[in-house]
Each structure stands twice: as C-alpha cells, then as structure tokens.
Write a protein that binds this ligand. Structure first.
Ligand code: FES
Length: 165
C-alpha cells in the first residue's frame, strides 16, 4: 500500500450499505461483509485507499491486515485514484487470438497512455487486465465502467471511447 495513509471516516452512505450487508450474515460472521464494504467504498470514493480499508476494518471489528489482504487480492479493487472511466481491455488468450493486441495498441496510441495509466485529464484509466473477463465468446472485448462491449473493431472501439465524457 503506497498511497497516502490517513485517518478516514466512512460516509453515512457507505455505512448504510455495509449495514444492509451485515444484516444478511450471522452476528458472529460480520466480517463476511468485507467484500461488499470495499465495493461500497470504491463506488463512493472511486477507489479504495488504505485509510478507507482501516476504517472498514474498524467498522467490521477486523484486523487491518485481513482487510488489506482482501483489497489487494481482487483486481476489481483500485487501490490508487483512477480516472472518471475505467476501460479494461481483455488481452487474454481468446481475445488475443481474435486481435485484442492490435486493439490495445490502437487504444494506447489513441489515448497516449499505456495499460495501467490514466490520461492527463483524468478522463480514462486503461486498466491492466491480467485475467480473462469471462466473455470469450464475444472477444475481442472490453469492459467500460463495468459494462461489457464485445466483438470489438477499431471503429466500434473509437465510437465507445469518444462518447465518454
Ligand atoms: S479471453 Fe477475453 S474474455 Fe476471455
């Protein structure tokens, strides 16, 4: 965790969401709400800071290390600030066989950034995807803010990216 470590309070919006999830689990298994809690933080803040993970740990009476382990294990959690839109291009085997590498090169060139980077105007983060996004039949594909776009072509890709604010 290299981000700024600072005390952080969870917003009421986030604690309400966590409480809704806690209610689904037995009293002795409240820590089961940790994934939902981190999702709520990311939805609210755009990413999950170390300070927020500490606050989640306190809220769920968990040790901080356990929350860090969950936050850093799943690639869906962003641990650093990201752009307004998250573009995840799948370049795993099925998508690669259908030309994903050329599309990734096109997007990097178009946005002037590499995978894992964010545009200077904070508009788009091009996420480095290490895993198949489980839509192989529609490859090459990408997820934009969690929404899947399949059977991509350069033209389709440009149209989708140009429409992002
Ligand atoms: S390899 Fe791209 S979705 Fe599976």
């Amino acid at each position: 965790m290299s981000d700024q470590k600072q005390a952080q309070q969870l917003s009421t919006e986030v604690t309400n969401e966590i409480d809704a999830w806690r209610a689904k689990f037995p009293a002795e298994q409240q820590r089961s709400a940790v994934l939902a809690a981190l999702h709520a933080v990311q939805h609210h803040d755009g990413y999950v800071s170390t300070g927020a993970m500490d606050a989640v740990a306190d809220y769920l009476s968990m040790d901080k290390l356990s929350v860090y382990e969950v936050g850093s294990f799943y690639s869906m959690f962003e641990l650093q600030p990201v752009g307004r839109h998250m573009v995840s291009m799948c370049n795993n085997i099925s998508c690669m066989l259908r030309g994903a590498d050329k599309l990734v090169a096109h997007v990097e060139n178009k946005l002037g950034i590499k995978l894992g980077e964010t545009t200077a105007d904070q508009r788009i983060t091009l996420k480095m995807e290490e895993e198949c996004l489980a839509a192989c039949v529609g490859g090459p594909m990408m997820a934009v803010d969690g929404h899947y776009h399949e059977d991509l072509t350069v033209e389709k890709l440009d149209q989708i990216l140009d429409a992002l604010d």
